[in-house]
Design a protein around this ligand. Structure first.
Ligand code: ZN
Length: 428
């Protein structure tokens, strides 16, 4: 598929997912996974409410049919059916008449952005509330209001989607994205769209690593997966949490807790050589599911790949994170850069030179002739060969050699292929 049509494809998936009212549990998550399942063959796991997962318990399942605020004339002033951000996510059911004063204790707005609706949740605290634009709030008169939240909090399940694409090795690369935010595009849906497109791509290529994709509710989803799959975590050699990949900001990479894991070095290398602006930030224990993967008991080599970091753009967690806020070309740029990271992970092997005592004679092996390159390219390839032969003592990976030589990873990899064919290298 052509590159710009990939951007449109991801944007199209976001358009399909945008109207669904998601949360950390409930039918919105089921519907979301069904839509993702039309793109890639995920398996869906349901974990019962009440299941102990480390220090947490899988919560009651939340579902919602309707919610509104009516004035004394019976006019609906705030309507969940117009925008699912209007209800504080996980609100308990409510049906009563209240004064303006009481109502205001349950209302949330953004005075600095009077036309936007904020996003609020009350997952672990039984409460109810409405979110509305500040201009709507200012219009409310001192009268009685009918408030209805037709929701339910009952025993059910926490649901997540998973896809394992098997490679030559059982060692895994983890790609994780959250699926629990209602109608917002960048924070949530962009990660899902890029992960789905990446999974589709990797299921068509021959891979060295196996790739495990997780589509999970934030925090409780990764805690649940880690609790139920602790034995599998030893296979995870590299990982990325994907989030916020469609806004117009440049790429931000948040390193794993280890700080010097291969995924950290590879991503930094790709961004440094991309020619685009980027920032690299150290791990800190806030953000998305990297908090769980990088908790000290796991300390997995998992970084976070995003564009503008959460909380650093005004549209974050508001109704302005909408279909206009994400751009297909930015989704595609994010996807291509993640593919470059994977390409290097796939090719970043470490070798021993089989002729370490002085340089091998390349001419007699026909290596110069085998180089199809001419002129300057041939000189560069020759240089790359010399670097590999010198540094392949078992302690330098191809990425180390690319960095030390400034030859470029692609060239170093091509040169290593020539040397392997000529039995001058052996993989560790
Ligand atoms: Zn969020």
């Amino acid at each position: 598929m052509k590159i710009n049509s990939l951007g449109k494809k991801m944007y199209g998936l976001i358009e399909k997912l945008y109207p669904v009212c998601r949360s950390i549990t409930g039918n919105g998550v089921r519907d979301t996974l069904k839509i993702i399942g039309t793109e890639i063959p995920i398996t869906v796991t349901e974990v019962k409410s009440g299941t102990q997962v480390f220090d947490w318990v899988v919560p009651m399942e939340w579902n919602i049919e309707d919610a509104y605020i009516k004035n004394s004339k019976g006019e609906k002033l705030v309507d969940f059916k117009n925008n699912n951000l209007h209800v504080v996510n996980y609100s308990i059911p409510v049906r009563k008449t209240v004064s303006l004063k009481e109502l205001k204790e349950h209302l949330f707005s953004l005075p600095d952005h009077p036309d936007w609706i904020p996003y609020r949740t009350t997952y672990y605290d039984e409460a109810w509330g409405f979110c509305l634009s500040h201009s709507q709030l200012l219009d409310l008169k001192d009268e009685q209001y009918e408030v209805v939240i037709d929701s339910s909090l009952e025993k059910g399940s926490l649901i997540y989607g998973e896809l394992l694409i098997k490679g030559a090795l059982t060692d895994e690369v983890l790609i994780s994205t959250h699926i629990c935010h209602p109608s917002m595009c960048n924070d949530n849906l962009s990660g899902i769209a890029v992960a789905a497109c990446l999974a589709e791509y990797l299921s068509q290529t021959k891979n060295r690593y196996s790739y495990r994709f997780l589509f999970i509710p934030g925090t409780i989803g990764s805690i649940t997966w880690l609790a139920l799959n602790e034995k599998k975590t030893g296979k995870i050699k590299h990982g990325l949490v994907l989030t916020g990949l469609g806004d117009s900001g440049s790429i931000t990479y948040k390193k794993s807790r280890r700080g010097n894991a291969e995924i950290d070095r590879v991503t930094e290398y790709v961004l440094k050589n991309s020619g685009d602006n980027y920032s690299i930030i150290d791990f800190y224990p806030f953000g998305y599911d990297e908090r769980q993967y990088c908790s000290p008991g796991f300390n997995l080599p998992v970084g976070t790949f995003m564009r503008s970091p959460h909380g650093k753009y005004p549209e974050y967690h508001t109704s302005a994170d909408n279909l206009k806020f994400v751009k297909s070309e930015k989704l595609n740029d994010s996807l291509q850069k993640i593919k470059s990271v994977i390409e290097i992970l796939e090719g970043n092997k470490t070798f021993f030179s089989l002729n370490p005592k002085c340089e091998p004679q390349l001419g007699k092996r026909g290596i110069y002739k085998a180089m199809n390159a001419v002129g300057e390219d041939k000189a560069k390839l020759q240089m790359a060969i010399l670097w590999i032969l010198n540094l392949s003592d078992g302690s330098n990976s191809l990425l180390d050699i690319a960095e030390k030589s400034s030859c470029g990873f692609g060239l170093i990899k091509d040169a290593s292929t020539i040397l392997l064919k000529n039995k001058l290298l052996k993989e560790i």
